[in-house]
Design a protein. Structure first.
Length: 101
């Protein structure tokens, strides 16, 4: 049985996500991915660029900035809950390190 992925509420994603950057896939040349980073610059998750761009509905498809904005908008609605769990785990670890110091 496959587990259905749960997504963060859009408003929470806006508070967590710091940047979305288009990059080349590490193991697959000629495949582009959109990597999502939190506000501290830590990687949260990534998406296949072609799939996201196919879902994006930019106001002006010929404008690179409009295309990126539309792609980011799609992503912000699809941040998995497990990505937030990783952020919380890191924050807990940082808190423990500060109290031990």
């Amino acid at each position: 049985m496959t587990e259905q992925v749960k997504f963060l509420p859009y408003e929470l994603a806006l508070q967590i996500v710091g940047n979305v950057i288009e990059e080349e896939h590490i193991h697959e040349p000629n495949r582009r991915i959109l990597t999502v980073y939190d506000k501290q610059g830590k990687e949260l998750c990534w998406y296949d660029a072609e799939e996201i761009l196919a879902e994006a509905k930019p106001d002006n498809p010929k404008d690179k900035d409009a295309v990126k904005a539309a792609a980011v908008e799609v992503i912000m609605h699809q941040i998995p809950v497990w990505a937030m769990e990783d952020v919380l785990r890191r924050l807990e670890e940082q808190g423990k390190q500060k109290t031990e110091a």
